[in-house]
Structures are given as C-alpha cells and as structure tokens.
Ligand binder design. Sequence first.
Ligand SMILES: C[S@@+](CC[C@H](N)C(=O)[O-])C[C@H]1O[C@@H](n2cnc3c(N)ncnc32)[C@H](O)[C@@H]1O
Length: 257
Amino acid sequence: MDDGAGHPEIPDGDGHFGEPVAATYDETSADMFEPGVVGPTVDVLAGLAGGGRALELGIGTGRIALPLAARGVPVHGIDMSRAMVARLRAKPGGDAVGVTIGDFATTRVGGSFSVAYLVFNTIMNLTTQAAQVACFRNAAAHLAPGGCFVIEVMTPELRKLPAGQNVVPWHTSPTRWAFDSYDIATQALRSHYVEVGEGRASYRSIPFRYVWPAELDLMAQLAGLRLRERWDGWTGEPFTSESSRHVSVWERASGAA
Ligand SMILES: C[S@@+](CC[C@H](N)C(=O)[O-])C[C@H]1O[C@@H](n2cnc3c(N)ncnc32)[C@H](O)[C@@H]1O
C-alpha cells in the first residue's frame, strides 16, 4: 500500500508507529533518552504540574511519562499505537501510567489536568491544519483554569533549502540514511528512512505537517489559550531567529470556566 505518491505506508491501526517502528524506537531515538535531554524536560513539566495531573499526547514508549510519574506526578497518556504503549507497559512503573488508545486530536479522557504536553515534534504528526487546530482545542478542553499546554517542536528548516532543492538530509551512517522532503506550497514534510541490515535495504517514510510558531500561537488563541513562554529549549534559553526548535507554553486563563 502507498499514499498515492509512491510512498509505502504502514497499513495497521497503530498509524506510523506500528510494531516494526515500536520494536526499535528506543534504540533509534537513543539520543532523546539521554538523562541530559529527559531531565530538563521532566523538570519543566513537573514544575508546571505543581500538585496536579499531567496529560501526555502521543505518550509512546514512556520516554517522558515514566520519569515524570516517578517524580510523583500522576500522568495519563493518549496514543493511537498499541505497539508503542505495549513497550511502555513492559517498563518498570509502566503499569502506574493510565493510557487511552485513540487520536490525540479528538480523544477525551476524564478529569482535568494542570499540564498537557506534546513533545519531540509530535504536533507535526497531524498532517492537516484542521487536525492541529483540533488538537489545541482538545488539549485546552482538558486543562484546569490556569493550566498549561506545552509543545516542543522544530522550526521548519526552510533556510537549509537552496533554491530549487526540497530535501534536507539529517542522518548518514554506513547503515542508515534519513532525510526530510518539503512541499513549501502545502507545508507537507516527509521524513524518509533507508536502513541496511543483513545485506538488504529497507525504506519507509512518515508524513508530517510543518508549522511555524506564529501559526501555533493562532491555534492556541482559537482554543482560548495565550502564550506564556517560548524558549529555545527546556532550560529556558531565549528563542531567537537562530533557534532550530522551540518549547512553547500556552496558558488557559485562570478565570476560564
Ligand atoms: C515521535 S513519537 C513520541 C513518543 C513520546 N512522546 C516521546 O517523546 O518519546 C510520537 C508518538 O505519537 C503517537 N501519535 C502520532 N500521531 C498520533 C495521533 N494523531 N493520535 C495519537 N497518537 C499519535 C505515535 O503513535 C507515537 O507513539
């Protein structure tokens, strides 16, 4: 099966993070599991949770949820991939984190939360503007008054595209190549992965929608949220025109019903 443009798609109900991806996710994302990455992320989220609950959209294998729960923050997650969530469940502390299987743009869970968060570029997994707007509305609907929605996402790398070129390579090694292709007219981005093992090459790709900080602020406004912080990273560095990503925090008004 492909997407009509010749790209093979993963045809199971787990979306693009089905069994083959889940089986190697922690290994292929090892850099993101480093204590120097996870620690500051958890510090910020635990601070925003205060004494309340945290909701992770796209909880995956629990990279952030498990250490956050280990800090004493009650965490609930939403994810469409049973294969990813099975990995979370198999880890120490995995049975203490509630997970609802569904689309995080629309799935509701009970109760209200002090903080909802969507990290590691996962807002871009929603491939239409309408779905990204719905996601903001869904996150906002889960927040208690004064609660915060946090997104960590790359800034679109259009400045790396010379005229006439639409591809940005971002990983090369003897066994793995990864590159992104951009469609500037539609804000479609596709990550492509070629892997070589046991004498065979395999190819897969995942579609994304890249999104600018200002567009996210407008989505937040539509959802009744206002920007409270925007940093270059989790330790509060200023966001500048050279930033390759941002961590943004939007707040629901304290007086909101
Ligand atoms: C890049 S992984 C991030 C996982 C985890 N948050 C982390 O930081 O390691 C993206 C996760 O979001 C999930 N996901 C992507 N789109 C989704 C959607 N529309 N609804 C629910 N889950 C989704 C995937 O199944 C996957 O587990």
